[in-house]
Ligand binder design. Structure first.
Ligand code: ADP
Ligand code: MG
Length: 421
């Protein structure tokens, strides 16, 4: 007969996992909101095994995942923790039967919410919701009635995902929340923790959400190291230093020009102006020679780093030789490189911001536009791609324009250690 779950020798529940278990007697619904690898799935599945065997013998529960691969992970973990002699898998119905105390038989459904309707019409005695922050609000709303009839307990184990429905649950009385950092799991290596802090910054929204298990509004922020309290100040145009500019051409969206200077003493890059044009008339944008922008003559830039797509004539415009030619006609030094990925540009800006080497002059033209871009520009929904979401005009365009310029300034790649000659 099952009495308690027995973990491997040397395995002890950590503090947050114990708190989560303890809240079983005080709260109907519990949420273990933790960083990656904080021990969420482990504790949630342990609870499922306990419910199937001891707490709700003869009952019907469900182990639920947001999509097929994640649901599979939960299924494998259940198989690992529920003794083989006690369970029988029925593949056609996607459920286990589990020998429970008192000679009873429990049922455990295995559900992937890749179909948000998958659980509808089931009446459940308990629910184990792994990675539940990834469930759509629709899927969660479909799920709730399954537990309503029997006032069944649910427990979720998850990394947060923005300020979605899960964050709203923190305001409900019968939902218990515990937040757990990845490092609170004793097997999470300190070196990995330190590396992640160095990469993302301890206070970045990404690190807070993904490693500290905290609710964050702006996840997927492109430059999470940016902090307006640190990186915005009085950094006016210094007439003794050279001026550079970066361009992102708008074929559909605005054309952006950013003005930059680099402090020769400390390498700090100052963003000293930014303008967005919505018209596409090139003569207007390239300005008459004697006109000043931001108090700086239009021709003052030492070089202009441009969007590589503007470097060649475009087929669609017969007789138009492109931005590069129009700029070179004004004797501008036009530069571009095709070999730099968007990720590399973003990483260079992240590095500079993290080291406080990239700052915005608060009084310049376009300051608000640039601050907004650094603060709010988001990554593509598929975070692994590490690219800007491409429908965020002009924020993404501003980061592009600044990115072309800093890549030109600092080089696309670190200097090679050796050269073949
Ligand atoms: N208290 C603990 N002591 C030792 N190892 C643990 C503990 N909790 C979890 N683990 C192990 O840490 C790893 C990550 O746990 P897991 O539950 O998969 O994390 P998460 O679901 O939060 O990403 C797994 O190998 C798990 O067995
Ligand atoms: Mg997990």
């Amino acid at each position: 007969m099952a009495r308690e779950i027995e973990f491997m020798p040397g395995y002890e529940l950590h503090e947050k996992q114990r708190r989560f278990i303890k809240a079983r007697s005080t709260h109907k619904h519990r949420r273990f909101v933790g960083g990656r690898q904080s021990g969420k799935t482990d504790i949630a599945i342990a609870e499922a095994v306990l419910h199937a065997t001891i707490i709700r013998p003869g009952g019907t529960g469900a182990i639920i995942g947001p999509d097929f691969p994640r649901a599979q992970e939960a299924r494998d973990r259940f198989n690992a923790y529920c003794p083989y002699e006690l369970r029988r898998w029925n593949g056609a119905d996607r459920r286990w039967t589990v020998k429970a105390n008192g000679g009873l038989e429990s049922t455990v459904h295995w559900i992937s919410l890749s179909n948000p309707d998958a659980a509808r019409s089931k009446v459940l005695d308990w629910g184990c919701l792994d990675e539940c922050a990834m469930y759509s609000e629709e899927a969660m709303n479909n799920l709730r009635p399954c537990f309503a009839v029997k006032e069944a307990p649910t427990w979720g184990s998850t990394t947060p995902k923005g300020m979605n429905w899960l964050e709203k649950e923190t305001k409900e009385d019968d939902v218990f929340f515990v937040h757990c950092e990845s490092i609170e799991n004793p097997v999470f290596p300190q070196t990995e923790w330190d590396k992640a802090i160095k990469r993302h910054g301890f206070d970045s929204p990404f690190f807070k959400q993904e490693y500290r298990g905290l609710f964050q509004a702006f996840i997927g922020q492109a430059i999470p190291q940016f902090d307006r309290n640190k990186h915005v100040g009085s950094y006016p145009h210094n007439p003794d230093w050279p001026v550079f500019s970066g361009w992102d051409f708008g074929f559909r969206a605005p054309t952006i020009r950013a003005w930059l200077q680099r402090n020769p003493g400390n390498d700090r890059v100052r963003l000293i102006g930014c303008r967005a044009w919505t018209e596409t008339e090139r003569r207007q944008i390239l300005l008459p020679k004697n006109m000043k922008l931001n108090g700086i003559p239009a021709d003052a830039a030492v070089w202009h780093a441009i969007d590589p797509s503007g470097a060649s004539p475009r087929a669609g415009e017969a007789g138009d030789r492109g931005w590069r030619f129009a700029m070179e006609e004004r004797d501008w030094d036009v530069r571009w490189t095709r070999m730099v990925s968007e990720t590399r540009r973003l990483n260079l800006m992240r590095e500079l911001v993290q080291q406080d080497l990239l700052v915005i002059d608060k009084d310049c033209e376009g300051a608000e536009l640039m601050i907004e871009a650094f603060e709010l520009a988001e990554l593509d929904d598929n975070l692994e791609r590490d690219r800007l979401k491409d429908n965020q005009h002009p924020m993404a365009d501003i980061l592009d324009a600044v990115g072309y310029a800093v890549v030109e300034m600092f080089g696309a790649l670190p200097q090679p250690l050796a050269k073949v000659i």
